[in-house]
Design a protein around this ligand. Structure first.
Ligand SMILES: Nc1ncnc2c1ncn2[C@@H]1O[C@H](COP(=O)(O)OP(=O)(O)O)[C@@H](O)[C@H]1O
Ligand SMILES: [Mg+2]
Length: 468
């Protein structure tokens, strides 16, 4: 039976969509796309009950759909081909009522491929969304269109603060225009770019990342956007810096110790000669000048002694020591001075600490240095120096915190370097912290410092507690 569709004849034979004409639930006509799509021969298809098109579990639902009086119904359903293989079908059912009869027209699109793509996309976007690596996606002009939660966490920005903006809102200003121009020329060519980047978080802190930018290319080969995958290497960078620092300290140490030994011997001779002349001369003028020379020699000797100390910790005996004892000794020496009159010492020594393997005399020197620096930082103004010990895991921590002038952020890196001093000539040698650093390192420990200018500084010395 042929249905007069229009005066253009069987236009619907040309349509790519599967079209079925149903009457009372039976297929009465269809186009070639319908028999191709379902795998039924045309003569079999005509006369087939329509619900046979649906996969078993959908038949009831499908039957009631085509029985419905509604003008138009749309839905998705699983259909089944003649050979029993399933496919995802997108359906539209329309009612065509003529005076003689009521026909249902069924339009079907096979959306299996599209479904699969959707699922792939969903799977892909889920992976991106939940990966621990910060990821951002930009359009072809570099404007951010997506950031994942890991990116929000790493940058400190919320997605809505970033979307629609250029990633340079995260710039720390470290990289030059030229640098970015090169990056862009690579990725616009459709190539991947890998490198290390320094970004700035919302709170202003720096974030070191390894960044992989890959262009997103459409089927026509056009770059439609970019995906940036980040790996946080802030910690790794910090370790690298520490390593470089301790290597530098070590080489300076070796050099300094060499010089100290070379200078030490002639200095001893000069010193003895000065003493001899001082004792024998009657000349008052010469005596006075010799006293000055002696003072200067003493000063040099002190420096030399510090340098040698740094390089020769093995000349002392390591023994299990009560760290609190060492701290009390250091405190007694420091509190003896006049400069501490206005200083409140807040001492909280934890009684239950295990003994640690150190050279007590050397460690006393470390704490005298650090405490004296704290006293100097208070500079005669009333303030507090807190000295505390505690056990954290396998380490003993000694905290020396003062409410003094603090350290300029630019100097924070340098305070442990030899001869770095902000004190007047004659007041400081700049060796105190350097020597302390060397001693603490030798016992497998660590000294760190934090400071807020104008508020104070905190030095933390950690020492390992191996053995009792
Ligand atoms: N507690 C502190 N407060 C402020 N600045 C400090 C403190 N400790 C050390 N410094 C800074 O570090 C520098 C180096 O200290 P140090 O090595 O002991 O040498 P010195 O005390 O001879 O200057 C000091 O000159 C000072 O600028
Ligand atoms: Mg000092």
């Amino acid at each position: 039976m042929t249905v007069p569709i229009s005066r253009y004849g069987r236009v619907f034979d040309l349509l790519p969509e599967m079209i079925f004409i149903l009457q009372d639930g039976v297929i009465v006509d269809h186009n070639p796309a319908a028999s191709d799509g379902t795998g039924y021969r045309p003569e079999v298809l005509n006369g087939l009950r329509a619900e046979r098109l649906a996969a078993e579990t959908y038949r009831g639902e499908f039957a009631s759909l085509i029985a419905s009086q509604t003008q138009e119904r749309k839905c998705e359903m699983v259909f089944e081909r003649a050979d029993g293989s399933p496919f995802d079908a997108d359906l539209t059912i329309r009612t065509l009522a003529t005076p003689e009869r009521v026909l249902k027209i069924l339009f079907v699109n096979d959306i299996t491929e599209q479904k699969k793509k959707e699922l792939d996309l969903l799977r892909f976007s889920n992976v991106i969304h939940h990966t621990i690596n910060p990821i951002q996606i930009t359009d072809a002009t570099g404007v951010m269109v997506y950031v994942n939660p890991a990116f929000e966490r790493a940058s400190g920005y919320k997605a809505e603060e970033l979307i629609g903006r250029n990633p340079n809102v995260l710039s720390s200003g470290k990289h030059t225009k030229e640098f970015w121009r090169k990056v862009w020329s690579e990725i616009l060519e459709g190539r991947m770019w890998v490198g290390e980047i320094e970004n700035r978080r919302k709170d202003g802190s720096l974030l070191q990342v390894e960044l992989v930018i890959s262009p997103i290319i459409d089927p026509q080969g056009k770059v439609v956007g970019f995906m940036g995958a980040h790996r946080d290497i802030t910690h790794q960078k910090e370790l690298e810096r520490q390593l470089v620092r301790s290597q530098r300290m070590e080489s300076i140490g070796t050099l300094a110790a060499g010089i100290a030994h070379e200078v030490g011997n002639p200095l001893t001779s000069i010193s003895s000669l000065v003493q001899v002349i001082l004792r024998t001369t009657q000349d008052e003028f010469a005596k006075e000048k010799l006293e000055l020379i002696k003072n200067q020699i003493n000063r040099i000797t002190r420096i030399i002694r510090d340098l040698v100390d740094f390089s020769r910790p093995s000349s002392y005996v390591v023994k299990p020591t009560e760290i609190n004892e060492v701290l009390r000794d250091a405190l007694n020496i420091v509190q003896y001075g006049k400069k501490v009159k206005h200083i409140h010492f807040d001492v909280q020594l934890n009684a239950g600490l295990p003994k640690i393997n150190i050279v007590p005399d050397q460690l006393v020197q470390v704490f005298i240095n650090i405490l004296m620096n704290a006293v100097d930082a208070l500079d005669g103004i009333p303030g507090t120096i807190r000295l505390a010990t505690e056990l954290t895991g396998k380490e003993v921590r000694v905290v020396v915190a003062d409410t003094g002038r603090g350290i300029d952020p630019a100097d924070l890196e340098k305070v442990f370097e030899p001869f770095f001093s902000t004190k007047e000539v004659g007041k400081g040698t700049g060796l105190g912290l350097w020597v302390s650093y060397g001693i603490v390192k030798n016992f497998g420990g660590e000294i760190t410092v934090e400071s807020t200018p104008g508020k104070g500084s905190t030095f933390v010395i950690t020492l390992p507690t191996r053995g009792e």
